[in-house]
Design a protein around this ligand. Structure first.
Ligand code: ATP
Length: 303
């Protein structure tokens, strides 16, 4: 009987692991919203990155030919710098991130990394250099450690603990019944939007890429959560070329350049103080948000 039980037990374990892997894979693809649009060119090379400067050159793009989303868009993120993109909903902000990660290719113009057109290189090699913190982070039904360690297969417990600190998650983890071994996800502990986004930042920090895309969640956060996210984001952006798709303007005040997008066009660009002084679209967005969030973020507001 025991002889039969052991193989059955092993078989059960293998079955559960395979099922979990398939579910994880499925969720990952849903999370990435992977379209089949982009195919590597024959003979596409492996992209090696040195300083990781990013440049959009006259980029035009439409999901559907009858409705242009981005028009002749040009900007640069110098190596190690942060550019934040703001603008009304539907302006095309997240589309910029999707193009840089090559979920789609531009219809016109080019996107360059270190002066190389990314369409000449394999998607896989490009993506190894980019960390993405998406708007909505999917958590697997597994431990918090698994969910973070996923950023770099083979990461040690010490590595995970280090990024937990950098992502300002250590205080949160300390309160959990089993710390990093606490089960999270649909069948485990539910995390708030801000906590999930910090898990995602920790994942990205573990990957340690030279380029970071931060697609901020739209939901407003309480002041403490907002501060923790800002701290984690500052850590993620340190010495990395960073594109921030911002919904809450508190995230962008320290960016090296802020780009204001409207209907796929850059309508303003510059530093926070200069844009406020210009009293245009950015100043209007800023004042609107400040009024809306006044009770929560008045201490943080800077102008
Ligand atoms: P938000 O602030 O609401 O996140 P956004 O500025 O990031 O908006 P995008 O997500 O870039 O806007 O979308 C720009 C436009 O493209 C929107 O009108 C959107 O409906 C459309 N769009 C986005 N994804 C697709 C898609 N896969 N197929 C067709 N249209 C799309």
């Amino acid at each position: 009987m025991t002889q039969l039980f052991i193989p059955l037990n092993v078989l059960g374990f293998v079955y559960r692991e395979i099922r979990r892997a398939l579910t994880d894979m499925q969720r990952m693809l849903t999370m990435l919203d992977v379209p089949p649009a982009v195919v590597d060119e024959p003979g596409a090379r492996t992209l090696a990155v040195s300083s990781a400067a990013v440049r959009f050159e006259q980029v035009g793009f439409a999901y559907d030919a009858s409705r242009p989303i981005l028009r002749e868009l040009s900007f640069e993120i110098p190596a190690g710098r942060t550019v934040a993109v703001v603008g009304p909903s539907g302006a095309g902000k997240s589309t910029l991130a999707r193009l840089l990660f090559r979920f789609y290719d531009p219809d016109r113009g080019r996107i360059l990394v270190d002066g190389r057109d990314i369409t000449d290189y394999t998607q896989n090699s490009l993506r190894t250099h980019i960390g993405v913190v998406p708007q909505d982070t999917v958590l697997f039904n597994d431990s918090l450690a698994y969910n973070i360690g996923y950023g770099r297969p083979g990461a040690s417990r010490e590595d995970i603990e280090r990024v937990v600190r950098l992502a300002h998650l250590d205080g949160f983890v300390a309160q959990l019944p089993d710390g990093l071994d606490t089960q999270v996800g649909e069948r485990g502990l539910k995390l708030s939007g801000g906590e999930k986004q910090r898990v995602s930042i920790a994942r990205a920090l573990l990957k340690d890429p030279p380029i970071m895309i931060f697609d901020e969640a739209t939901s407003s956060l309480d002041t403490e959560s907002e501060r923790a996210i800002l701290g984690a984001l500052a850590e993620a952006a340190r010495q990395r070329t960073t594109l921030v798709i911002a919904h809450r303007l508190s995230t962008v005040v320290d960016a090296d350049e802020i780009i204001v997008l409207r209907h796929g066009l850059i309508v303003e660009r510059g530093h926070h103080a200069a844009l406020l002084a210009a009293d245009g679209d950015y100043a209007r967005l800023w004042n609107l948000q400040r009024r809306a969030l006044a009770p929560q973020t008045s201490e943080q507001a800077r102008d």
